[in-house]
Structure formats: C-alpha cells, structure tokens
Design a protein around this ligand. Structure first.
Ligand code: DPN
Ligand code: ZN
Length: 321
C-alpha cells in the first residue's frame, strides 16, 4: 500500500511539471503556492551596478577604502547582510582574528536542499587600503549578492543546499576563508560538494578566465566545465587559467574540496590574440587600476560584469540542482 502511494505521488509530481492545466497540476500548486523558478534568471546588471555604487559610497565615507580592520569593511558587511536578511537568508557574521585586527566573514544559508551536498559560492569583500576596491572585489561581491537575491526572488528550491559567503582579509593572505575552512570539522568539510569563487569579474579591459581544474581536487573539472559552458551561452569563449593560491578558493582546495571560479584579469597584459577574441586593448593590463586609488565604479566594464553575472547565476543553479 505504502509503495503504491509513493508511486502515485511521484507520477502526480511528474505530471504537474509536464502538463499545466490538469487537476493534478493544481494539487502541486497548493503545496508550492507560487511557482519556484527552476532555471537561472538573467541577472539585471543595473542591480549589480547599484550594489557597486553603495560600496563606492561606503569607501568614500570611510577614508577611501574598505580594507580589513577598517570601518569601511564593517559597513560593507552590514550592507550585504541587510540585503540578504530582507530576502529571507539565514545570515551569520563570523569573527576571526586577522593580524591583530578583528575580521569578519558573512555566511548566508538558503533554506532547504540536501546539506550533505552543500554548494558554496564566495567572494572576498575587503579591498586594499589604496582604494575602494570596486573591481577587486566589489564586482564579485555584488554579483554574488544579486545571485543570492535572485535565488530568493525565484523561490529556487535546489536539490543541494546553497550557502553564500563573503570573506574578510583576503588581501592580507586569504585570512577569512582560511579561518572559515579551519573551523570546519572533517564531517562538515565532506558535506561541501563544491566551492565557487568570484574575485574580479568586471575588469575594464576584460579577459574571460575560468579557473583551471587540472591540479585541483576531484570534482573541480565539473565546476570548470559548467562555468565554461555558461560563459559560452553568453557568447564568450573562456580560457582556463591556473589561479594557484591567489584567491579564496585556495583555502578550499587545500582541504580537498572541489572548486572553481571566474576571473576577468588583474595586472597582467592582454595579448593580441585575446584582444582579437574578446575585444579591448592588446598590450594593456586587464585592470590598470588593480590595487590602486582608481579602482572605482569607473573601473568596471559593464558588459563583462553582465556576462559574468549571468554565467555565475547559471552555474550556481545548475550545480545545485
Ligand atoms: N585577489 C587578487 C589578488 O590576490 O591579487 C586578484 C586575483 C583574483 C588574482 C583572482 C588572481 C585571481
Ligand atoms: Zn581580489
């Protein structure tokens, strides 16, 4: 008897999805009042730009930067947290000791999904002291925030559990992400099925790089492939790049956790071949304002920001299905 019930429930659900308008579909609708979105939405780039303007204002009000240990950093955390709380996330500010100053990570969980298969996506929220850090890494932080808000707006019901994180102290040596990973038990680590990192996604002379999984833990190739395919849907041919220890994915990598990410380039020079492929200026840095005063809201290529945001949302959805 029990078994029969289960079968009919399963077929009802299948029918509900496949054939709208049937009585069965209505029954499905009663259990899930407004229809959850199964596909990633197009991320409105003006919303991402709006968050970047807020981060710029925060820097201006706090001595021109948002560095670890500063008021500007704490204000950045408060801004992101408020947006997530209003959208229904369970947020936690986790403190760590970072070279004598108090550091903060912000961790936001979306209810539901299998916690034994948690997909994490993170971005560092601190800037260097030289400037407001809008491309590095307001871009990744704002994109991740808008992706999380899209999860809420779309009432997404992922099969896996989704957790977003904003890291402190990255610019001083991955302090926040390392503290977070260090604080996890082996059991907790084993429940993270993958970590996606977004550090610089709107470089003014953009490159389109996906972290190379070749030397990364098992499972990283699937993340690389997903991000590459998502960018391809945005009509961009990405290149794999070995990011080594240069951003927060490294803390996860060291713990044996599958990882990957998107990067639009920093101080390195764009080649002629890359300029032919992606546009922009050969012989110039992907981000000439990297780690400097001019890393402001002017230091963003909106098309790159937009293309990367859509790809990021697509892969976050797909990898957490
Ligand atoms: N987070 C920056 C750095 O550590 O220098 C820039 C960067 C991000 C470099 C991603 C490589 C990859
Ligand atoms: Zn960075």
């Amino acid at each position: 008897m029990k078994k029969r019930t289960r079968i009919s429930l399963a077929s009802a659900a299948a029918l509900g999805l496949a054939a709208g308008g049937l009585g069965i579909a209505q029954a499905t609708a009663t259990t899930a009042p407004s229809q959850p979105r199964a596909e990633a939405p197009d991320i409105p780039v003006e919303k991402v730009q709006g968050h970047l303007s807020e981060l710029q204002k925060i820097a201006e009000a706090n001595g021109g930067h948002r560095a670890h240990g500063s008021e500007g950093y704490k204000a950045s955390i408060d801004y992101i947290k408020k947006e997530l709380d209003a959208a229904g996330f369970t947020t936690k500010v986790e403190e760590f000791d970072g070279q004598g100053a108090k550091g903060y990570n912000l961790v936001a969980d979306w209810k539901g999904g299998d916690e034994a298969k948690t997909v994490m996506a993170g971005a560092h929220l601190d800037s260097v002291e030289e400037g407001p850090g809008i491309n590095d890494n307001g871009s990744g932080s704002a994109t991740l925030l808008q992706t999380a808000l899209a999860v809420s707006e779309g009432k997404y019901e992922p099969g896996k559990h989704l957790r977003f994180a904003w890291w402190g102290g990255e610019e001083l040596g991955l302090l926040g992400s390392s503290a977070y990973v260090k604080g996890l038990s082996d059991d907790e680590k084993s429940k993270i099925s993958g970590y996606l990192n977004f550090d610089m996604t709107g470089s003014p002379n953009p490159g389109y790089f996906v972290y190379d999984s070749a030397k990364e833990p098992e499972g990283s190739k699937a993340i690389q492939d997903s991000l590459t395919a998502s960018l391809k849907e945005g009509k961009v041919e990405a290149e794999p790049q070995d990011i080594n220890g240069r951003s927060d994915h490294a803390a996860f990598s060291e713990a044996g956790i599958a990882n990957g990410g998107i990067f639009s380039g920093a101080e390195e020079t764009k080649s002629q071949e890359q300029a032919d492929k992606w546009g922009g200026k050969a012989g110039e840095a992907f981000d000439p304002c990297y780690h400097s005063t001019c890393d402001t809201t002017e230091n963003i290529d909106e098309k790159a920001l937009n293309t990367n945001a859509d790809a990021i949302a697509k892969s976050v959805w797909e990898l957490s299905k």
